[in-house]
Ligand binder design. Structure first.
Ligand code: MF3
Ligand code: CO
Length: 260
């Protein structure tokens, strides 16, 4: 597995950081506009505009991910409540009070990519969704701390899965983070659920750049694919949350690149 993993120089990491900073700025602008009454297509349009202003190309638009044989038709993935990931923005999909709205966005500039996701609570969501959000955010923070040279990929996975257990929520199966750099999806796969490690492990090395993206659900670790061919939902209809950062692994610890 190790063979396919790119190692990036500090100079290249700075280029990845440029893409990542734009992603963070776009997501900040998007977050300010998530309120009851806006459609997920409105959010998509804001993301496209904000990326364009900064000279970046949306990474997901017309991209064919490894898990699909068709290209993704939007710049963002917007997943609300029971939708976990890859939610396709739609004019008819309207944000409501109490929703958990996850927005995932990637950008490419000067040949390098950045990828990040946030989940926004719309108004008062209730205690359970708050717990889910807290757990997912904390899992990302803890996982990032483990992304240091000399640690193992399983340390990152354990930080994510262990946090889910602590908060009595579920790390979804099959979906997770990934290497990133010159391409949006590179080796290795970074699982959220320890079952997906499948006994394989990788030692983290200086220069690896990975997107870490915990996705937790309130009631199950299982998901189903929606009829639109993209949107992934929880099997039991319980809400999900998702946070993602692009992170560079160094000998002195993790560098979070998707920050302003
Ligand atoms: N945002 C997803 C990730 O973080 C990738 C979405 S690819 C798409 O890995 F094609 F579905 F947009
Ligand atoms: Co990603």
């Amino acid at each position: 597995m190790r063979k396919g993993i790119e190692l990036y120089s500090f100079k290249e990491i700075e280029k990845i950081r440029t893409a990542c900073r734009i992603v963070a700025e776009v997501l900040q602008a998007v977050a300010e506009n998530i309120k009851p009454g806006v459609s997920t297509w409105d959010i998509e349009m804001i993301a496209r505009e904000e990326a364009k202003k900064r000279g970046a190309r949306p990474a997901f638009l017309n991209y064919r991910p490894p898990f699909s044989n068709v290209s993704y038709p939007a710049a963002t993935c917007i997943s609300i409540n029971e939708e976990v990931v890859h939610g396709l923005p739609r004019r008819e999909k309207i944000v409501e009070e109490g929703d958990l709205v996850s927005v995932d966005f990637g950008a490419i500039i000067d040949g390098y990519a950045g990828d990040s996701a946030i989940t926004v609570a719309v108004g008062e969501t209730g205690e359970e969704k708050r717990r889910l959000l807290t757990a997912t955010k904390l899992a990302l923070e803890r996982a990032v701390e483990k992304a240091t040279a000399g640690n193992w990929l399983s340390d990152v996975v354990e930080a994510i899965h262990g946090t889910a257990e602590e908060f009595k929520v579920f790390p979804v199966l099959k979906y997770g983070g990934h290497g990133i750099g010159r391409k949006i999806h590179e080796e290795p796969f970074v699982p959220n659920n320890r079952k997906d490690l499948g006994g394989k492990d990788i030692k983290l090395k200086q220069g690896m750049v990975i997107a870490i993206e915990p996705m937790f659900a309130l009631g199950t670790e299982e998901t189903v694919q929606d009829g639109d061919g993209w949107t992934v939902k929880t099997k039991d209809g319980s809400p999900a949350a998702h946070f993602e950062h692009t992170v560079a692994v160094t000998k002195n610890g993790a560098l979070v690149l998707t920050e302003i």
